[in-house]
Design a protein around this ligand. Structure first.
Ligand code: SF4
Length: 126
């Protein structure tokens, strides 16, 4: 059975048609370059996404600190990751790239801050 997907590896967004043959080979068409094949294979075998979100920070948790996974994260684990990060409170001050959650859900992937914040940032970076 053929499946259609949009390649998100670059802004062109090629519409890919992906089929699996009897030998379980993945056949891709519609791709503008080889990255589309790699994207389709990863989507079929183990889809991942970079997760971006805000984590509560500061003593009272009133500051929202933008964060992201350092690498693409297994898609099936993203709801659990978001649930855990909702309960997280990051300390301040914090620097761009500081680890907010190490080895998230045992994947070996860290969640890091995407901006610096002073202790009394009030939502503004330093
Ligand atoms: S297949 Fe290549 S050209 Fe098309 S969206 Fe993916 S990366 Fe871009």
């Amino acid at each position: 059975m053929a499946r259609e997907m949009i390649c998100i590896s670059c802004p062109i967004g090629c519409r890919l048609r992906v089929e699996t043959d009897a030998q379980r080979n993945i056949l891709v068409s519609g791709n503008g370059c080889a990255r589309g094949v790699a994207y389709a294979e990863a989507e079929m075998r183990a889809p991942t996404r970079v997760v971006t979100l805000c984590v509560r920070a500061g003593a009272d948790g009133s500051v929202m600190l933008p964060c992201k996974t350092k690498e693409a994260f297994p898609k099936e684990l993203i709801p659990k990751l978001i649930a855990e990060l909702k309960e997280k409170r990051a300390g301040l001050p914090i620097a761009l790239g500081d680890v907010i959650m190490h080895d998230a859900l045992g994947t070996g992937i860290d969640v890091v801050a995407t901006r610096s914040m002073a202790e009394k940032a009030g939502g503004h970076g330093s």
